[in-house]
Design a protein around this ligand. Structure first.
Ligand code: SAJ
Length: 424
């Protein structure tokens, strides 16, 4: 199948890179978003999210005239749905964005079209939720239009490269739908394109992130064990990982972001009776901020006052994304427990943590602090010189939750150093 125009619904972390990459590969793209602020800023050439390399591609796509931004889908050869699938407070999947995106396609769906769902979704979403909505057009899936599920699997911070280079799985509701999906993504994907059915590809995506969540959970549990038994977990992991079949991940303040901390819940919701391990891993990772708070409380026993500076709020290093971030939980929990908390997130200085004071510079954040807690391994924090740091702050205690700082160098600069997972 050949595609000359496509419509990408949802211009977030996945939709915008996808839309602009198609546009720079010669396809006419309608980028659709329901948020007027997003439309306005993109129409003015402003990119509303931070992702290395994205600005350049979007601006190229807009200047070429191939990328047009609009509020509603237009008639096109193919439609890609890339809207968020958050969860409700009770961890049940919130499919309202997917539902309304599919509904918005109905009036413009034509015979011969391809529709691809990219949003991470519970098993069977393509067949049981999206397909019946699209058939309200009077067209029949499989016979009149093609329908597939193709999860994005890119890593925030490296989206522009991984979008092109990663292997991509495309699951069709039938073989012809999967093949049409392959023809579409072959426009720019250089990685292997693997075809399967839609439910398998939905499961693949959830399995990848669940696998990672469980592996981080065991690393986090190891950090608690090491703390109890007087061991340095980082040293122990390094040694264990010399075994040819062992690859333990890094403990940290918890698991955040919109993927790994969310996706396993889709399995738990869909089949609670057979997913005890997945549920437990989620609970372990969600409990990790409280473990970090206990460590900070231990460090504070020596401090004169309860003034704490938290460095980093993003869910992982060198991104501006704070969704589900465990660092935010740690700062909030410390403030709730009665400490005077300053926070610094260099990639997003406008974010407010309830009860904490938001700072724009490192100097402001640490000046009067008694304890400095490193929560995110941003390169600019990792490279801090401890002697220079000592001149900027009253604090003489640091807590490193991400194993970024050289403990000996910090000790030499006069700091008492506490590290996550180090009971020595
Ligand atoms: N984390 C740890 N220890 C580690 C690795 C990560 O605590 O050893 C934490 C991070 O700090 C972060 C969270 O886990 O809070 C998730 O970060 P991540 O870098 O592992 O993953 P994401 O959420 O940025 O992206 C993941 C990726 N999935 C996998 O690696 C299996 C990406 O490929 C997916 O496209 C993305 O989820 C997604 O959209 O589903």
């Amino acid at each position: 199948m050949r595609f000359s125009s496509i419509c990408v619904i949802g211009l977030g972390y996945i939709g915008l890179p996808t839309a602009s990459t198609f546009a720079t590969h010669g396809i006419r793209v309608f980028g659709v978003d329901s948020n007027p602020a997003v439309i306005k800023s993109l129409q003015n050439g402003q990119v509303h999210i931070y992702e290395p390399g994205l600005n350049e591609v979007v601006s190229q796509a807009l200047t070429s005239g191939n990328l047009k931004i609009s509020a509603k889908p237009e008639v096109a050869d193919a439609f890609i749905i890339a809207v968020p699938t958050p969860f409700y407070d009770d961890k049940k999947a919130d499919m309202r964005f997917v539902t309304s995106a599919a509904e918005s396609i109905v009036p413009v769906l034509r015979e011969g079209n391809l529709v691809v769902l990219e949003s991470t979704s519970p098993p069977l979403t393509t067949r049981d939720l999206v397909l019946p909505i699209l058939e309200k057009s009077g067209l029949k899936a499989g016979r009149d239009f093609k329908l597939a599920y193709s999860p994005e699997r890119v890593l925030p911070g490296q989206i522009m490269r991984e979008l092109v280079e990663n292997a991509r799985v495309i699951g069709g509701i039938d073989a012809a739908s999967a093949e049409a999906g392959r023809d579409l993504y072959a426009t720019f994907v250089r990685g292997e394109i693997v075809l399967t059915d839609s439910t398998t590809s939905e499961m693949v995506k959830l399995m990848e992130n669940t696998y990672r969540d469980i592996n981080i959970a065991i690393a986090n549990e190891f950090s608690r064990l090491a703390d109890r038994f007087g061991v340095d977990v980082w040293e122990a992991i390094q040694i264990a990982n010399r075994h040819p079949r062992v690859k333990i991940l890094n403990p940290g303040p918890g698991v955040g972001g919109h993927c790994i901390s969310v996706d396993p819940w889709f399995f738990v919701e869909a089949a609670p009776d057979i997913t005890p391990l997945i549920l437990t891993a989620r609970k372990v990772n969600d409990g990790q901020p409280r473990f970090v708070v206990k460590l900070v409380e231990k460090a504070m026993l020596q401090a004169k006052s309860k003034k704490i500076a938290c460095l980093g709020l993003a869910f992982k290093p060198d991104v501006d994304d704070l969704r589900e971030s465990p660092a935010v939980d740690v700062a909030r929990l410390l403030a709730e427990a009665g400490s005077e908390v300053t926070v610094l997130e260099p990639f997003n200085t406008n974010f407010e943590v309830k009860g904490a004071h938001n700072c724009a510079t490192l100097e402001e954040a640490i000046k009067d602090a008694q304890v400095i807690v490193l929560l995110v391994n941003h390169s600019q924090f990792r490279n801090i010189d401890p002697a220079a740091l000592a001149k900027l702050t009253a604090a003489r205690t640091v807590v490193d939750t991400v194993n970024a700082w050289n403990a000996n160098a910090f000790s030499a600069a006069g700091f008492k150093v506490f590290r996550l997972g180090v009971g020595k």
